[in-house]
Design a protein around this ligand. Sequence first.
Ligand SMILES: CC(C)(COP(=O)(O)OP(=O)(O)OC[C@H]1O[C@@H](n2cnc3c(N)ncnc32)[C@H](O)[C@@H]1OP(=O)(O)O)[C@@H](O)C(=O)NCCC(=O)NCCS
Length: 414
Amino acid sequence: MDIRTIGEEDIIPWTAALGIGFLRVPDDNKDNREKRLAHWRQRVDFSRTRGAYDGDRCVGTFRSFATGLTVPGGAIVPASAITNVTVSATHRRRGLLTEMMHLDLADAAARGEALAILIAAEYRIYGRFGFGVATDYQKFSLDTLRTDFVPDAPVEPGARIELITPEEVIELGPPLHEEFRPMRAGAIERTPLWWRLYTGLEPSPINPVPGRFYAVYRDPSGKVTGMVGYRTDDHWEEFVPKVTLTVDSLLALTPAAEIALWRFCVNVDYVNRVEGPDRSPDELLPLLVRDPRAITTQTRRDFVWARILDAPAAFSARTYGTRDRLVVEVHDDLGHAAGRFAIDGAAEQARCVPTGDPADLALDVATLGALYLGSGSPVRLAAAGRISERTPGAAERAEALLRTAREPWCPDWF
Ligand SMILES: CC(C)(COP(=O)(O)OP(=O)(O)OC[C@H]1O[C@@H](n2cnc3c(N)ncnc32)[C@H](O)[C@@H]1OP(=O)(O)O)[C@@H](O)C(=O)NCCC(=O)NCCS
């Protein structure tokens, strides 16, 4: 068995293996092959895309790409985003994923990426490699017939909402997202290709874009401070419209923009249900309606998993809730983040440095990843035996130091 980085000539068999790994029946007509080639040529960084080969046959796929991850306080940290992980059913459980993961994490650490991130298809795959759940997402639905907004919800007189075309999304979306990103820990980069795929201006051979409407919110000065992309079904019963409007993406820089966009979606004629499938776990929306029971959370689950590679770089980049100094001892089977570190939440310049001082807390690298973006609770983790307290009260101190008021959220699948 041979594991190697791929080149352009490998794209077709590599993407065929990827499809098979995700149980998609191969569609290998010529037209499809050409579309796949054109698509993946743009998408793949060959220096960090691997295939596992049994002779000539590609039986495993693994890829990562460079991104920037927003951390508490708004700094953007270089991260390795892992995706397209598969091993063919014929070659599963022989250690191929393990080998590809070890190679990719070692490369990422050598490049100076402070951590790796991914979204797990199944919960039990990645903990063993040092990944912990760092962000959650929720899926909710809103009964529009029972939704009216509180009278003192923020509004900006003179603001307006405009429907826009996919071409306008490409123009107005990137600057909005660049301003949004540092505001939300957990957010990642959106490349020009991301915007073209999102709008369907660049057709994707794997995830065709559904017919979708786009709208922006302009504040009273005319600046775009919010954007929504949504689709609708065409459901009627006995001549009564019962349409569901699904919000594929909604970003806002201000609460006024956020509420105006939700209000807009709720008020679209024919719509009696609004769904938000990939929303933050702490939406403002329930606080903005008179009857929060009009909103039903259908799912709240793990989303982005984080694997710390360079603890001093990762933890020096974020800000903290208190000016405390805590020493953590990190266990890491792969060695990347192993050691004892002092996290110092000094207001001027928070820092994390290796230290010989006695540890206040001991934990493994996956738990460290779960704490990184501010959503993990050291007190709960200590109660569950995932963190061991070496100094009495250290878990409480870690709670105040590391947790953030808003939960981290990544709006994007990758
Ligand atoms: C997940 C997947 C890539 C694992 O590949 P693999 O080569 O079989 O994994 P490995 O042989 O390196 O497994 C390493 C260890 O992880 C465990 N493991 C791997 N996948 C697992 C899963 N889905 N559930 C539970 N344990 C899993 C193995 O049992 C093994 O444990 P052991 O060392 O105690 O024996 C493969 O099963 C697959 O392609 N699944 C379908 C596609 C998919 O879900 N991809 C992940 C997308 S995020």
